[in-house]
Design a protein around this ligand. Structure first.
Ligand SMILES: [Zn+2]
Length: 422
C-alpha cells in the first residue's frame, strides 16, 4: 500500500469515536459519566477490551509488575527502545468519558493508522496504559508511571490501602491474575520517547478555537497533610477558657493559609479538599482535625516559597492545640523538551490544525516519564473546560484531529535517528 496522505490520512474518525463510546460502557454511570477506579473490575474489563482491539490490529500485549499495560507495534529494528504513546484508563468516582480514555483510544487509532499505511517504523511504537493515574482509590495518583520511571519503588506502594481496606498489592495481584496470559515485561525498561494525548481540562483551546494544544510543561505541586490535635470534652460543661477545640484551631489555620496564599494575578492554586473532624459528634468538643493542602503554581520559586511558609503559618494560628504538618509530595514544575514541542507544532501546521503552546495546570503521567525520556503532550479542546465530572464532553472532529497529530508525531519519533532530549 502506498502512503500518499501520510499516516494521518488513515485515521478513521468514526472508528475512534465508536471505540471511545464502547470504552465508556465499562463503569458507565446513569448521568453519562464513568466510574472506573484504578485496578477495579470495571477497569479490568476495559483493559481486556483494549487488549482485544489491539490483538485484532496485530499489536503485541504485555504487562509489567505494576500493571502498566503495553500494546506493541513492532519496529524494523527490534533492539531499539520503543516510542511510547498512551495515557490511563482509570477515572474519578464520578468522572467523564474522556480523561485518560481519550489518550488511550487516540493512541490505538494512531497505531491502527500507521499499520494501515503499510509503513513499518524503525523503532517499535507501544500503546501504554499507566496504572492508577487518578489516585482517587489509592493515593497518591500516577503510581504506575512513578514506579516505571523510578520515582517510587513498587514495595513502597503495595501497602497503600483503599477505603475498603484493600491494598494496592492485593489489587495488583487480582489484575495480574486476570491478565496472566499476557507476557510479563521488566519494570522500567528504556523508552525512546513518550507522547500523551489528553483533553485540555481548561478553556484556552475552546476560547481561541484551536484544535491542538502543544503542552509546554506541567505546573509544580506540593501536597501536605495537617493534623490538629486538641482535646475532646463535654459541650455543656467545659468552659471556653479550658477548651482545646481542634476545629476552632483548624478553621483559624485554614483562614490564615487562605490569606497567605492570596495573589493579585490569581496564579496560585491553593485547595483544602479534605477536612475531617473527630469524633464528629454534636455534643463533643472536637479533639482532632485532619485536613489536606494541595498547592500548585507554574513557577518553581513560588511553589517552594509558598510551601515553605506553611509550617510557620500553621504554628502561628494553632491557638491552644498542637499541629503536625507532613509533606506528602513535592513535584517542581517541569518543561517538556523543545524538540518534542517543535515536532508537535510542525505536525499540527502540516495537518492544517490550528494550534498553540500552553502549559498544563493538571498533573499527568507525562510528569514522571519526562524524567526518563523525551516527553511531550498533545491537548485537544474539552467543552467549557469541564473535567473530573460526568458531563465531560469533546467533539468527534477534535478527537480525530488529535489522533492524526499523534500518529504523525509517533512515526516521526520512531523513525528519527536521534531524539533530542532538550
Ligand atoms: Zn488524565
Amino acid at each position: 500500500m502506498t502512503d500518499a496522505g501520510g499516516v494521518a490520512a488513515h485515521v478513521d474518525a468514526g472508528r475512534l469515536w465508536r471505540r471511545l463510546m464502547a470504552l465508556a460502557l465499562f463503569g458507565a454511570t446513569p448521568k453519562g459519566g464513568v466510574s472506573r477506579l484504578a485496578l477495579s473490575q470495571e477497569e479490568a474489563a476495559a483493559r481486556a477490551q483494549i487488549v482485544q482491539w489491539g490483538e485484532t490490529i496485530g499489536l503485541e500485549p504485555s504487562v509489567d509488575a505494576a500493571s502498566n499495560l503495553f500494546l506493541r507495534l513492532p519496529g524494523a529494528e527490534p533492539d531499539l527502545p520503543p516510542v511510547l504513546i498512551g495515557s490511563h484508563s482509570d477515572s474519578q468516582p464520578t468522572g467523564g468519558k474522556y480523561d485518560g480514555a481519550y489518550g488511550v483510544i487516540a493512541a490505538l487509532e494512531a497505531l491502527e493508522a500507521i499499520k494501515a499505511s503499510g509503513r513499518q517504523p524503525r523503532r517499535a511504537i507501544e500503546l501504554v496504559l499507566w496504572m492508577n493515574e487518578e489516585g482517587s482509590r489509592f493515593a497518591p495518583g500516577m503510581m504506575g508511571s512513578a514506579v516505571f520511571s523510578g520515582v517510587r519503588r513498587l514495595e513502597d506502594i503495595v501497602g497503600i490501602k483503599d477505603k475498603a481496606g484493600v491494598s494496592v498489592g492485593e489489587a495488583l495481584a487480582s489484575m495480574l491474575a486476570a491478565e496472566q496470559k499476557l507476557p510479563r515485561r521488566p519494570l522500567g525498561f528504556k523508552a525512546a520517547a513518550f507522547v500523551e494525548a489528553h483533553i485540555e481540562q481548561g478553556v484556552t483551546l475552546q476560547n481561541e478555537q484551536r484544535t491542538i494544544g502543544v503542552v509546554t510543561g506541567i505546573q509544580g505541586k506540593r501536597t501536605f497533610r495537617v493534623e490538629v490535635e486538641g482535646e475532646e470534652s463535654h459541650a455543656g460543661t467545659s468552659s471556653r477558657a479550658d477548651r482545646r477545640d481542634a476545629l476552632v484551631s483548624a478553621i483559624a489555620i485554614a483562614r490564615a493559609l487562605q490569606d497567605a496564599m492570596w495573589d493579585a494575578e490569581d496564579a496560585v492554586r491553593f485547595t483544602i479538599g479534605m477536612f475531617s473532624v473527630a469524633p464528629n459528634a454534636p455534643s463533643v468538643v472536637p479533639g482532632r482535625v485532619v485536613f489536606s493542602i494541595d498547592l500548585r503554581h507554574g513557577d518553581a520559586e513560588t511553589v517552594k516559597r509558598l510551601g515553605d511558609m506553611i509550617p510557620e503559618i500553621c504554628g502561628n494560628a494553632r491557638g491552644a492545640c498542637e499541629v503536625k504538618i507532613r509533606e506528602l509530595l513535592y513535584d517542581a514544575p517541569i518543561e517538556f523538551p523543545a524538540s518534542i514541542r517543535k515536532l508537535i507544532s510542525k505536525t499540527a501546521l502540516r495537518l492544517n490544525l490550528p494550534h498553540r503552546e500552553l502549559p498544563s495546570p493538571a498533573g499527568h503521567d507525562s510528569r514522571y516519564l519526562h524524567r526518563v525520556c523525551p516527553t511531550g503532550m498533545i491537548f485537544i479542546p474539552c467543552k467549557d473546560g469541564v473535567s473530573h465530572n460526568e458531563a465531560e464532553e469533546i467533539t468527534p472532529g477534535d478527537a480525530a484531529a488529535g489522533a492524526r497529530a499523534l500518529a504523525e508525531v509517533a512515526i516521526s519519533l520512531a523513525d528519527s535517528e536521534v531524539i533530542d532530549p532538550r
